[in-house]
Design a protein around this ligand. Structure first.
Ligand SMILES: CC(C)(COP(=O)(O)OP(=O)(O)OC[C@H]1O[C@@H](n2cnc3c(N)ncnc32)[C@H](O)[C@@H]1OP(=O)(O)O)[C@@H](O)C(=O)NCCC(=O)NCCS
Length: 227
């Protein structure tokens, strides 16, 4: 009996080590990306064992493969189990590029027709969702090297250009050109190609006239206070 227990424990340890080896080999680039993007990440092993973002990505790679070969129910089951364990819901249909990293993770939702480029970083609470009950391509496309801040919602079949930043808690419902920073609700571009945009002159991206009025008033109050 004792020998049997020792054998079972031994087998479990070997399985565990094999699992770590398998993850390190097949997800090396994603683990490296997590290490690069999260200053709190101390070691490879810490990321493999404890990072929900990595676990959700591994499950998604399996679920997406099953989805592509039309095993839709099984794919969805894996995605839901992963959601239960990690708090991150990625629909198996979503296409995700290389070196993808979700930091902290909890509350992230990625829709079925979302497309994510390479080197993308999402923080907790991000939604890449649809705007209603439309069918077909209804979720966003994120370019390469995009960062989406915590709590941000990117909604509809829109494109976020390469190297863009979506600020924390922004709600983005229109295309964003490459190399831009978007903040606020609804999202407005505050920086493009490294240069600050004067919101009062940016007639294309202004979506909220009330916000514009508040900004004008703030400027006037600033001027008066400086007198
Ligand atoms: C938007 C962001 C990327 C900063 O970009 P930046 O180009 O460096 O922006 P700045 O700090 O120069 O700020 C530009 C303007 O946007 C405002 N701003 C910055 N972030 C904002 C946000 N999330 N929501 C609303 N306004 C914001 C600033 O107050 C500033 O306004 P001003 O021009 O009137 O002074 C950053 O603020 C952000 O939100 N990052 C997300 C990080 C995150 O989610 N971390 C979670 C870790 S757990």
């Amino acid at each position: 009996m004792e020998i049997l227990i020792i054998k079972i424990i031994g087998a479990l340890i070997i399985l565990f080590l094999l699992k770590i080896l398998f993850i390190s080999l097949f997800f090396y680039r994603d683990i490296k990306a997590a290490q690069k993007r999260d200053p709190a990440a101390r070691s490879f092993l810490e990321i493999i064992l404890l990072y929900q973002g990595l676990h959700a990505l591994i499950s998604h790679r399996v679920a997406h493969f099953l989805y592509r070969i039309h095993f839709f129910l099984l794919a969805r089951l894996i995605s839901q189990i992963s959601r239960f364990i990690t708090g991150i819901e990625i629909h198996p249909g979503a296409k995700i590029g290389k070196r993808f990293f979700i930091d902290h993770g909890m509350g992230v939702v990625i829709g079925e027709t979302a497309i994510i480029g390479d080197d993308v970083l999402l923080y907790q609470g991000v939604t890449l969702g649809g705007t209603g009950l439309e069918k077909g391509k209804r979720h966003p496309t994120l370019g390469n090297n995009v960062v989406v801040g915590t709590g941000a919602k990117v909604l509809g079949n829109i494109t976020i250009g390469d190297n863009s930043y979506i600020g924390a808690n922004a709600v983005v419902i229109k295309d964003v050109p490459p190399n831009s920073t978007v903040v606020g609700v609804p999202g407005r571009i505050t920086k493009q190609e490294g240069k600050k945009i004067d919101v009062s002159l940016d007639h294309i991206h202004i979506l909220d006239p009330i916000m514009q009025n508040i900004e004008e008033l703030e400027k006037r109050i600033d001027k008066l206070e400086k007198r």
